[in-house]
Design a protein around this ligand. Structure first.
Ligand code: HEM
Length: 508
């Protein structure tokens, strides 16, 4: 009994000492950095913070998750506030200096935390879903494959664009461009990554057999992505969902892996033949999957990296195009200016340099990514006690202490619509504003710091190319939006239009 009592008091003493040490260490950080507390707290429910969870679900269902989050910043008249869901502390910020600190200056103080759990089944530990040394090794492996020469295969884009054109009615009747863009980016990304295109635009053909395995893969990939969204939404409660939902997700993931594995097997076999024949491959056409096979024979690793890039690159580019064309359809003057710029090509397909030199096309892309950033919010998880430069004190100008275990979320959507940064018309689509804008961390569609998007040039090339080619083909487009042209958030893994991009296009 005495031994138990002595052991308990020792343990108690040890825990008290630990707490005291932690308290003193934190007090030192707070004093040294002049941190002040942030007085703005979102939760009204002081115990579990379930009020905000409920409100978030309601906002998401109404297609107002992002605008609702923007309204919270406005309500507080603050660019940083606190929140808590269940027991997890959260800091939300739209302060460029804070975002720069999380993503770059104090990069090593943060990781992804929960995101990994939801994405693991489909993505494994590929670049998009890993941290630390594992991520650094993926980045090192993949980065050389995004050099300019590799992302500028305009002949490939033209082939798929021609295919897309076939699905646009010639008589001006209504078409949902969003559906077409999502298929086309799947087709181009799979050709770029696997050296084999799904040609999923065929999904839109009623006659096309759904037994085709490329088309089946495209469908399974969509379902596997939906499974990630469900996992993110339900967190630990995911396992309580109906058996069918869970099984559908698992089946989709299995099918995606099996489909990609075939191409990986071919690539590794190709590399082994190269090794046997001691062939150099300098005279060969660039093939992404072969480049990976040259560097590793680990088949699971190659498959994971390919699926990670497909996930990172496909919906994002399609969403950008969909959001931008939603705006074009309502703004004949913007379309006219685009066509004026494109007329310089005299009907030719643009070269990479010509495409890059098109100022108005670039302004439109920038403006769409500003107003509706396709990755509209993001977060990082503090793995040690750290400090943000702003957000403390009533006016938010003092540093803010961030205890280990805090999630720091940032809303690119709200930051991109701040009137103090972009002017009184920040909520409007106005490409001309880019004539004078030279933003830094206040404009972050592709993130910044060591994890900046690897596919930025690829995406801008593809989206710019499709825009130029459509402007060459069609004189006029007309919005046929079912919601009177009022854009509604369609938020899954990326941000697109909930009601699609329904338009009529006219050649004359
Ligand atoms: C408009 C199109 C795109 C946008 C707005 C975009 C945006 C982003 C953002 C915000 C991130 C950071 C995510 C995070 O760290 O939480 C990211 C990462 C990434 N993106 Fe993109 N992306 C686009 C297209 C692409 C394309 C086409 C590819 C590849 C073909 C690609 C490949 C990647 C990869 C591999 C990463 C992970 C980088 C890393 O963690 O080191 N992205 N992208």
């Amino acid at each position: 009994m005495i031994i138990i009592l002595a052991a308990s008091s020792l343990l108690f003493g040890y825990l008290v000492l630990q707490r005291l040490q932690l308290y003193l260490a934190r007090r030192r950080i707070i004093q040294e950095n002049n941190c002040k507390p942030c007085p703005y707290v979102l939760n009204r429910d002081p115990i579990l913070g379930l009020d905000i969870l409920r409100e978030n679900v309601r906002l998401a269902d109404a297609g107002r998750f992002l605008s609702g989050s923007q309204a919270r910043f406005r309500r507080f008249k603050s660019n940083t506030f606190h929140n808590r869901i269940i027991t997890s502390p959260i800091i939300l910020t739209v302060e460029p200096e804070n975002i720069k600190t999380i993503l770059s200056l104090k990069f090593k103080d943060y990781d992804f935390s929960n995101r990994k759990v939801a994405m693991d089944p489909l993505l494994g530990d590929g670049i998009f879903n890993s941290d630390g040394a594992r991520w650094a090794s993926s980045r090192h492996l993949l980065r050389p494959n995004f050099a300019r020469e590799q992302v500028a295969d305009l002949a490939m884009l033209e082939r798929h664009f021609k295919h897309l054109l076939k699905y646009i009615p010639a008589d001006g009747s209504t078409v949902d461009l969003q559906d077409l863009f999502f298929c086309m980016t799947m087709d181009t990304a799979t050709e770029f990554l696997f050296n084999h295109s799904t040609n999923s635009l065929r999904m839109l053909d009623q006659q096309e057999s759904s037994a085709n395995e490329d088309v089946q893969f495209a469908r399974a990939f969509n379902a596997a992505q939906q499974d990630i969204v469900t996992r993110v939404r339900f967190g630990p409660l995911y396992r309580l969902l109906s058996k069918n939902t869970v099984k559908e997700g698992a089946d989709a993931v299995k099918m995606c892996h099996a489909y990609v594995d075939r191409f990986v097997d071919d690539a590794v076999r190709w590399r082994e033949e190269q090794d046997l024949e001691k062939k150099g491959s300098s005279d060969e056409r660039y093939v992404f999957i072969h480049e990976l096979a040259k560097q590793t024979k680990d088949k699971t690793r190659i498959r994971n990296e390919l699926i990670n890039i497909l996930l990172a690159g496909r919906d994002t580019t399609a969403s950008l195009l969909s959001n931008m064309f939603f705006e074009f359809a309502k703004r004949p003057e913007v379309w006219r200016k685009l066509r004026e710029e494109v007329e310089g090509l005299q009907g030719r397909i643009p070269s990479y340099e010509e495409l890059r030199g098109m100022k108005y096309v670039k302004w439109c892309l920038n403006e769409s990514l500003r107003l509706n950033p396709v990755v509209p919010s993001n977060s990082r998880f503090a793995i040690r006690d750290t400090v943000l430069p702003r957000g403390g004190g009533p006016d938010g100008s003092s540093p803010l202490f961030v205890p280990r275990g805090t999630t720091v979320g940032y809303s690119t959507y709200t930051m991109h619509r701040r009137q103090d940064l972009y002017g009184a018309d920040a909520e409007e689509f106005r490409p001309e504003r880019w004539e004078a804008l030279r933003p830094s961390w206040e404009y972050l569609p592709f993130n910044g710091g060591p994890r900046i998007c690897l596919g930025q040039q690829y995406a801008l090339t593809e989206a710019g190319f499709v825009t130029v080619r459509l402007a060459q083909e069609f004189k006029r487009l007309e919005s046929r939006d079912t919601n009177g042209g009022v854009w509604v958030e369609g938020l899954t893994l990326t941000l697109c239009s909930k009601n699609g991009t329904k338009v009529g296009l006219f050649r004359e």
